[in-house]
Structure formats: structure tokens, C-alpha cells
Write a new protein. Sequence first.
Lengths: 305, 336
Amino acid sequence: MGARRSTRTGQQARGSRRFARSRPELLMPPWLRRLVVAVLAVTVLVPIGYMALMSFVPNNDVALGIISTSVLTVRNYVDMWSAAPLAAGLLHTVIIAGSAAALSVVVALLASYPLTRFRFRGRRVYLYSLVALQMVPGTTTVLPLFAVLSWVQTTLSAHLIGTYFPIIVTYMTFGVPLSTWLLVSYMRALPRSLEEAAMVDGCSPLGALRRVVLPLVVPAMAVAFVFAFLVGWNDVLFASVFTNNSTQTLAMALERFSSTNEIAGAPVYGELMSASVVTTLPVVGLYLLLQRYLVTGLAAGSLAG
Amino acid sequence: MRAATPASAASVSPVQGSYTEPVGGPPRLRRFSWRWWAHSWRDRPLWMLLPATLALLLISIAPVLLMVWLSFLNLTVSTLRQFVTAPFYGLQNFVDAFTEPSSLGVTLGWSIFISFAFSLMATVLTAPIGLIAAMSVHNRFNGRGLVRAIYLLPYIIPGIVTALMARIVFMNNSGLVDKVLGGLGLISHNTYWLLGPHAFWAMELTELWSSWPFIYLMALAGLQAIPIEQLESSALDGAGAWQRLRHIVLPQLSNVLKLAVLLATLYHFANFTLVFVMFGSPPPAGAEVLPISMYYNAFDFFNFGLAAAIAVITVIILIIPGYVYLRSARLAKMEA
């Protein structure tokens, strides 16, 4: 590591014009790299910084565009909890997204074992349909699910829409294929010799799954859980149809908050931004923890909503 | 070797060994008999697929099929609860969708046009940005980890937060864009990004801002798969930087990039949250993409049959790129 760093600085000193010959692995001359990084970082950070700044500015000042450092206050972060049902929304999100993710991971674990360990007719079709199902946009399933639920509600005169049940089930639409896909690609890479050894010693496949495979796939299950959880955390579409005031998720509370107006007629932008910051921070933390798994997870879940 | 790269981490074996699958593989399917069945329950537990299969059939596949049926019904707020007995409408919903402006004031043709313009433009513009971004952090330098984290931020911020952020950034007169660009004299202070004909561009710019890291992630994964020896030996053979990029790097990235571009387009096409949250209700005509059109027709104007027809059209449009994606998934050797 130390040696590599010293050669690099030594070669950098020779000037970037000669980079092509001296360091063939470089895809960009250092000056160009610095320019690209600077431009992109500024483009990314300016709106985020603006949002963060506005979260410390009183509501009316944001709407009027009066921004001076003398009025910065943390009051938004205090007042927002009473202005919108954010705490309740957070609780509902944890319940809804958490149960949907947990159920998805369990179902996916059961499915991924036979999919990686046994050869059977239709296995390939099954794997392909998992990929295909991830591409079905939520806007095409929300309406029929709503129709069925209203029909069931009327027929059984039961109360469904607005309870936890339908929203948990719909989040599994994305959670199950996503987690199965993650677990299949992980489990496929596990050597079978361990299970075979267990089975030689008299373990059934189910026992081998429980005693040998399960401890090994716990990391992949955690990743699948987080990705499935974030689907629920970020969703607005299904939450706006299937939840009501007593079950609304954090994203939904934020959405409704954004369309309520203050007396002056302008939305409460300052508190809206502080609530946005609070909604964002856990997600950013989780993603940065899971950076290594992003490509599989995002490619699979990018169509969720 | 610590697998810190997104691509290799996904597929790397947790146990570093060179295990290869036995040639014969697991036992093949046999003719049915009860004895075999009892044996297979224990030794070939395919029943473990049942929960996932049931879940996917009931909450994913059945709804899509049901939606096709709904699109043939005259389904309003009064008939929805009893949609089983709702009057049959034939293709009238589709005819209405294309010929009559919906309560939003636009026809389906317009929504399709906006959706295509929105998603294709986003893909075409984010692809080079993502590629250049990936090239800029591929080689080691001080602070690379931080830059990579910054690059990820727009993508991992929840869609609803991006949309709310866009609302204050594009706010008329007092927002960041009008203040800065208006202050420089480039645009009027009263551009009304969120209301009139500029809405499309506000939406497009926000989508560009939030979605280029997807291409970046995929391209970075592709770059990391290129062996460094190829670059070194081509440099020895006298290839310049541009030639190496053109003839060594880009050809090897093309498969990953194709997949990324396809997925990104599908993702733009399905983006509901951005438009729904960014604009007021109802959204301006320039922002009426297909998901929004479906949603408002169903849940604001309660014309469920028409909304189902729009959803069916969306699925039909997505079938071709979806098929291409599945084909490329086969290329990526997704089967064990």
C-alpha cells in the first residue's frame, strides 16, 4: 500500500501529459479527473446543501426566498413533529415495511434453496419469471389489487383498505422477487460439499438448510431484508391508495404534509425540508453500509415504484 | 483480496474455493408414484417453492391478468365494489383513451409521447454522464471513497425527498434556479418551472440529477472487470489514451452498458413518485406521463375502466424492452 502510494505520487510529479505512457491503467488524465469530480460533486451537493440549509430557515422565509444566516434556527426540527404525524408515520413504516421485508425474506429463503440445489422441470422458467416480475411497474398492479380489495370488502363487509394487511401484501410484490433473486445468486456460490457432508451424516435437505446453509446465508438475508425494507420506506404509490390516516407511512405523511398550506397559502417549506432530511438520513446510512451489494440490489429493485 | 467492488461482491463465493458443479448434477425428474412422492417430500423439498409461488401468483400475476379484464369494463366508483357484475364495455375504454381528453385534459397519445420523451431523453443524457463518472473514480486516488459516496447520493435519496427538494429548488422567483439563473440574467425570475410549459423540463432535469448514478454504478462494475494487463500491453504496443478507451475499454463495457441503459429506460418509464410529489394536483400537461395519467384517472376521477386501459397500454409498451432484457439476462448466465 505504502509503496504503491509513493510510486503514484512520483509518477504524478512527471506531469499529466505523459500519463498515457507512464500509467496505462489510468482512464483519465488527472486534470480531467479533477474537473469531472468537481463538476459532478458540485451538481450533486448544491441541491442537497440547499435542502439542508432550508431545513434551518423559517417556513415563510423559504417561500419568500429571504435567506440570511442570521435567521437560521433549529425550530423546524422541533415543530415538524407536531405539525405532521411524522412519528406515527415512522412507526407505521417500521411495522409495514418491516413485516413485508421479514415475510419476503423467509419466503425467499424457502424458494431459493430448491432453486439452487435441485434440478426440476420449470426451474429456469421460474428464475426468468422472477426477473420479469421485477419489471412489472407498480402502477399496473395497484388498480386491480384495489378493485379486488374493494370487492372483498363489500362482499364480506369486512374492513381491509386502510389496515396493515393489504399494504404489507403489496410490498411483498417487490420484496419476494428481489430477495429471492439476491438469495439465489448468493446461495449458488456456496459450495455444496458442506451440505453433502451433513446429508451423509443423516441430515435431511431441510435439516441441511437449517443447520448448514442458513448460518452461511445470514449476511445475504440481511441485505435482502434491507432492500425489501427500503422499498416500503420509499414507496408513495401503494401507500397513497392502501393506507388512511391511521396507518399512513412516513413517506405518505410527508406527501400529505407537502400539500397542506399555511395561513399565507404557501406550504410549510422549512418544516417540510427538515422532515425530508430526517426521512433521508436512515436510508443514506443503510445504503452506505451496503455499498458492496448495490449493483445486484438496485438493478433488481430499481423498478419498484 | 477484499471484494470491495459492487459487481464482484454480488457474485463472489463467500468461501474462497474452486468448487465446480458435478457434471451429472442432482437427480432428474421421475414418473409420479406415491412412494416417490413421500420420498421426494423429504429429499427433494420442492414444496418449499410453494409460498413464493402462491405469493407471486396472487399478488403479481393475477392482478396483471385481472387488469386486462377490468379494461373491458365500464368501471366507475359505483360499479367498482361489484366489478364482477360491472357492465361490459368492449374496447370503448381504449377508444375513449385515445380519442377523448381525459379529465386531466390530455389524451392517451399525449401521455405516451410525454412518457417516451421523458424516459428516452433521460437515458440518452445520463448514459455519458454515468460513464464519465465511472471512469473518473475507477483509478485510485486520495479521497476516492468519499467521491464515490457523493456520487451515490442522488440515487439513494428517497424519490419523494428528491421531488420535494425539486419543488423548492424550482420554486418560482424565490427558488434556487430562478435566483441564480435569473440573477445571472439567463432566464426570467418568473419562469414558473412547476406550472406551465416548463414543467416538463423541470421534471426532466430532476430525473437526470437523480438517476445518472445508476448508469455510473453499472459502468463502474463493468470497468472493474477489465483486466489491467490489456491496458498495459496495448500501451506497450503504442496505443494512446483515446485508442485504449475506444478499442479496449468501451467494447468490453458495451454489454453492461446496454443492460444498464435498458433498465434505466424502464425505470424512467415507471417513475411515478417524482411527478406525483413534485407538481400540484392536477399536474401540468407537460408532466402527464403514463403512470400519472393512470393514477389520476383511477383515484381522482374514479374512471377505473379507463385507467385499466391505460395500464394495459403501459404493459404492452413495456413488453418489447422487457423481452430484450430477459434475453440479455440469459446472456449474463443467470441460470446456474
